[in-house]
Design a protein around this ligand. Structure first.
Ligand code: PA5
Length: 471
């Protein structure tokens, strides 16, 4: 990755073109065909924004929220050693992504003095082993549980909340619960909001029209991130720059380009999957966050006009260089159904020089005296070139560095790309009707009132399939 660039995000899509990868790539005519749909999509988004339907675009400019979260963090810094996010999906993934990107990778293992801020744990699963292990390591007197649920009803989060409530009641008694919980939920609706008011717990609101996977720059992400010492001001400033750039016409609009290229690859080139592969440990969780954003927003069976469709592009997460040794063989020679989207960083925050030892071994000579970041960069470039030679389309997103500003810019750009993609596919990127059916069967199995039909349907399914079980 070349010398310093003023751009917060560079998109190199040379290797996505037919010039580079032949018939698998996009021809100049296909690229030119993006003009009309993207211009239309950007107009449509402006229209919906003006109607107040896309408030996630206003979040980065919310100075009041930054102020509130910083105030909270200042108090929390003195009081808590551990912040535990209890949440799942959009209530957890963005926080993990930004925390991993912007705090030292060993933040939770640093001494109190070096860390300077509470540790942050994101408990986004309900495996009893995982939650037990987490609770075992906490001091109830210096732990804040940040319960985060937009709906205030999600089984995973509510069960974690109930367990944490019980754990705290036993350890420190019921009187100080307001010191141990911070609840982030809908300002009015949901059972969690009711519990907040019954128990007089401190709480933060989630704007009603901001969905889970678009909510990282609300109190959902900002509160725990500020409590862990993340520079949320810088993060929001970068996101705001992305919002401003998002108003540019289609040809210079990065969000539109990411959306348009992937849409063409899916609909014209049968590339139904996109692999996002950051080449930085600090960005590994961005790929998890993007998975949810892209998959849950775009994988839809009904268009906005009510007609049936099969929309979307499967996002797959990978990490470079690690997954060159697990997934790459498949990308290179397996099914021709993927676009590979590299995410590189021009300048790493720290570097390590590989020592010039073992000089007697010719096979290792080339490594001695070289920076590890240079090796990582060559791995990205080499892999992109190898894919290209094999006719496998790929593109590279590059950040100049990993900083609050660039990470804010990247995440906001990807959120905007998702909404633009929704328009291109003709679907609503803000809903997730398909997530509901599995939840209903779970409720039936767990005996929730009103869901008995689902238990019956589950049992009927079991009887029908019984002969195909091998124990
Ligand atoms: O993006 C979404 O809307 C979902 O992934 C939700 O964030 C997830 O299901 C958790 O929902 P809630 O915040 O209501 O507990």
């Amino acid at each position: 990755m070349s010398k310093d660039s003023p751009s917060l995000l560079t998109i190199n899509y040379n290797n996505l073109t037919s010039d580079a990868v032949g018939a698998a790539g996009l021809s100049p005519e296909e690229l030119a065909s993006l003009k009309e749909p993207l211009t239309g999509a950007l107009k449509d988004i402006q229209r919906r924004y003006k109607k107040g339907e896309l408030p996630f675009l206003d979040l980065p400019a919310d100075a009041g929220l930054i102020k509130d979260c910083k105030k909270l963090a200042k108090k929390g810094r003195e009081k808590y050693q551990d912040i535990v996010v209890l949440g799942i999906g959009g209530s957890a993934l963005g926080t993990s992504a930004i925390f991993t990107a912007l705090r030292p990778l060993n933040h939770n293992r640093l001494s109190d003095k070096k860390r300077g801020w509470p540790r942050l744990w994101v408990a986004d699963n309900i495996d009893p082993e995982g939650l037990t292990a987490l609770l075992d390591g906490l001091d109830p007197k210096t732990t804040l549980f940040n319960v985060i649920s937009k709906s205030g009803a999600t089984a995973e989060t509510m069960s974690q909340f109930m367990i944490a409530h019980n754990w705290l009641s036993r350890k420190v008694g019921l009187d100080s619960l307001a010191e141990s919980f911070l609840v982030t939920t809908d300002p009015e609706g949901g059972v969690l909001r009711k519990i907040v008011s019954d128990l007089k717990l401190p709480s933060l609101p989630i704007p009603p029209l901001v969905g889970g996977r678009f909510s990282v720059l609300t109190a959902v992400g900002l509160a725990p991130l500020a409590l862990a010492g993340v520079d949320i001001e810088g993060l929001m400033a970068g996101a705001q720059e992305a919002v401003i750039d998002g108003q540019k016409p289609y040809a210079t609009n990065k969000a539109a380009l990411i959306a348009g290229l992937n849409w063409l690859m899916t609909t014209q080139k049968a590339r139904g999957s996109v692999v996002l592969t950051p080449y930085a440990d600090s960005l590994a969780r961005v790929a998890d966050w993007f998975n949810q954003l892209w998959n849950e927003s775009l994988g839809k069976g009904t268009k906005l006009d009510g007609s049936a469709t099969i929309a979307g592009q499967t996002a797959i997460k990978a990490l470079g260089a690690t997954d060159q040794h697990s997934q790459l063989q498949l990308w290179m020679e397996g099914p021709e159904d993927k676009t590979i989207m590299f995410l590189g960083v021009e300048k790493t925050r720290v570097d390590l020089k590989i020592p010039s030892i073992f000089k007697e071994h010719e096979a290792l000579n080339y490594l001695g005296g070289v920076n590890l970041s240079a090796l990582l960069e060559s791995e990205l470039k080499g892999t992109a070139r190898a894919l290209t030679e094999n006719g496998r389309p790929n593109l590279t997103l590059t950040l100049p560095n990993v900083s609050p500003r660039t990470v804010g810019y990247l995440l906001q750009t990807l959120e905007m790309a998702t909404v633009i993609s929704g328009v291109l596919y003709g679907v609503d990127p803000l809903d997730q009707p398909g997530v509901e059916l599995g939840k209903k069967f779970t409720y039936g199995l767990m005996g929730r009132a009103g869901f008995g039909d689902f238990l019956d349907r589950y049992n009927q399914g079991l009887l029908a399939k019984k002969k195909y079980i091998l124990s």
